[in-house]
Write a protein that binds this ligand. Structure first.
Ligand code: GSH
Length: 211
């Protein structure tokens, strides 16, 4: 059995989406990061960096395995269960390329924008301006890619799309008042959001954890 440690945030939902896509049985352990549960010794034993998501796979090859960092978890699950990541060839490297881009660029920049717009105790125009500008640049990069190919890795839906979906739907949803009319320029992303968001596993994964 796989245990998923997660919360109601984009990084956690990447993993619940993939678990749903793969049709795997999993147990959800909500970690309320608003209440500091990510710092409990029990959770740190699973996720050394005190961040969700993390998994423990009791049936891992070679014995129970704990993994944190969403990119590592997605790659592990896709490789172990044979889905949404090509075994070899250009499609594999394109998926890993866009997965790395999502975890190193799109996610952190949107996370910082969300913080400075919504949660920072002080409104700092310089920080909001900087992260808005970089968000628009990154969405431009993604829109151009989705103008060349239906999915981030190319012809097939992959863990790169799964990683990008919860963050991008947040940018077009919660962050729409900040990003404003600029979003209208990203028609390829809108087409992709509609296609990916209509997948039953994505709908189910986005509702995890049910708290
Ligand atoms: N690079 C990590 C980022 C994980 C991350 O930032 N998780 C957030 C929730 S989306 C978290 O646990 N935050 C708790 C905290 O910062 O204390 C990944 O991709 O898994």
């Amino acid at each position: 059995m796989i245990t998923l440690y997660t919360w109601t945030t984009p990084n956690g939902r990447k993993v619940s989406i993939l678990l749903e896509e793969l049709g795997l049985a999993y147990e959800v352990k909500p970690i309320n990061i608003g209440k500091g549960e990510q710092f409990s010794p029990e959770f740190v034993a699973v996720s050394a960096n005190s961040k969700i998501p993390a998994i423990v796979d009791d049936a891992a090859p070679g014995g129970p395995l704990a993994i944190f960092e969403s990119a590592a978890i997605l790659t592990y699950l896709a490789d172990t269960h044979g889905g949404f990541l090509a075994r070899e060839g250009p499609a594999r490297w394109k998926a890993l390329e866009w997965l790395a881009w999502q975890v190193s660029a799109l996610g952190p920049i949107l996370g910082q924008l969300g913080y400075f717009v919504g949660r920072a105790p002080e409104k700092l125009p310089l920080a909001i301006g900087r992260f808005t500008e970089e968000t628009e640049r990154l969405l431009g990069v993604m829109d151009r890619r989705l103008g060349e190919a239906p999915y981030l890795a190319g012809d097939n839906y992959s863990i790169a799309d799964i990683a990008a979906y919860p963050w991008t739907s947040g940018a077009f949803g919660m962050l729409a008042p900040v990003l404003g009319e600029k979003l209208a320029a990203f028609g390829n992303i809108r087409r992709w959001l509609d296609v990916v968001g209509a997948r039953p596993a994505v709908v189910k994964g986005m509702a995890v954890p049910a708290v």
